[in-house]
Design a protein around this ligand. Structure first.
Ligand code: IPD
Ligand code: CA
Ligand code: CA
Length: 266
């Protein structure tokens, strides 16, 4: 079972990736969903291509996607799809975006694929089977000091208290002497970067399930840890995210928690 859902997740991610790569090359008109949050035919068509592959193999399974599929998170057999993660990069011609496809059973992640179609980069995981990058085993950074790592950060589409609290937390991480803080703009790939040991950790004060559903399993299977920014287990709904190599988790949490508390988020 695990292998076949992973194979379908791959086929689905490939189908979505083909759509977004074609639109990236040929050009597409972006529209605003709400201020700062863009969408295009690429997002919508990619989600449809992914859904068609999944439905073709598992007609009874439920689909939750960012654009059009609205299954309940409580569905027993649930596919969670971000058809284009990193839309702002895509819109501005930056070659750093991905398609994210995950399969959950009974609320637990079973497999996840994060695919960057321009680099032909595949980050994959199956529950209990480890995580890979283009077929090679992934492992988080062994570092136990913030002074040895890069961190990733994300900003939700917000220009208020959440943004200010994120900036304040970044300041504290610099004062803790991290090597640097990066904002690459694609949450699924940020999680893959932690899984690959490139980042020691990553945080964002609000993400949607499709942003983290696949990357979360890739990270956990690579030996990392992921919680909310309050240190709680992740729900399958909008949530803050603190991802790390495990060893740095408590130290990162101690820095983030006071800022998260004033971010206006739970
Ligand atoms: C966004 C990206 C970004 C993160 C935002 C997400 P989208 O997803 O993952 O890195 O900071 O919070 O919403 O809108 O490009 O699919
Ligand atoms: Ca996203
Ligand atoms: Ca998206």
């Amino acid at each position: 079972m695990a292998e076949s859902v992973l194979q379908v997740a791959r086929l689905a991610a490939r189908a979505g990736g083909d759509v977004v790569a074609r639109y990236f090359r040929d050009g597409v008109t972006m529209r605003s969903k709400e201020s700062y949050n863009l969408v295009s035919d690429a997002d919508v068509e990619s989600e449809e291509a992914i859904a068609q592959v999944v439905r073709g193999h598992f007609p009874d399974h439920a689909l939750m996607g960012e654009e059009t599929h609205q299954a309940d998170a409580a569905a027993e057999q649930l596919w969670i799809i971000d058809p284009l993660d990193g839309t702002n990069n895509f819109a501005h011609g930056i070659e750093h975006f991905a398609v994210s496809v995950a399969y959950y059973q009974g609320g637990e992640p079973q497999c996840g694929v994060v695919y960057n179609p321009l680099r032909d980069d595949w980050f994959e995981a199956s529950r209990g089977q480890g995580a890979t990058h283009n077929g090679r085993a992934l492992r988080v950074s062994p570092s136990d000091s913030l002074q040895e790592v890069l961190l990733g950060v994300g900003f939700f589409y917000d220009r208020g208290a959440m943004m200010e609290a994120t900036l304040a937390a970044i300041g504290d991480f610099f004062r803790a002497h991290v090597h640097g803080v990066r904002r690459f703009g694609t949450a699924s790939l940020d999680l893959a970067h932690v899984a690959a040991g490139r980042f020691g950790g990553f945080f964002e004060f609000e993400l949607a399930p499709w942003d983290f559903a696949a990357g979360r399993l890739v990270l956990e299977e690579a030996g990392g840890r992921i919680t909310t920014c309050g240190g709680n287990p992740l729900p399958l709904s909008k949530s803050s995210i603190l991802a790390s190599n495990g060893r740095l988790h408590e130290e990162m949490l101690a820095i983030i928690a006071p800022h998260f508390a004033v971010s206006g988020k739970q």
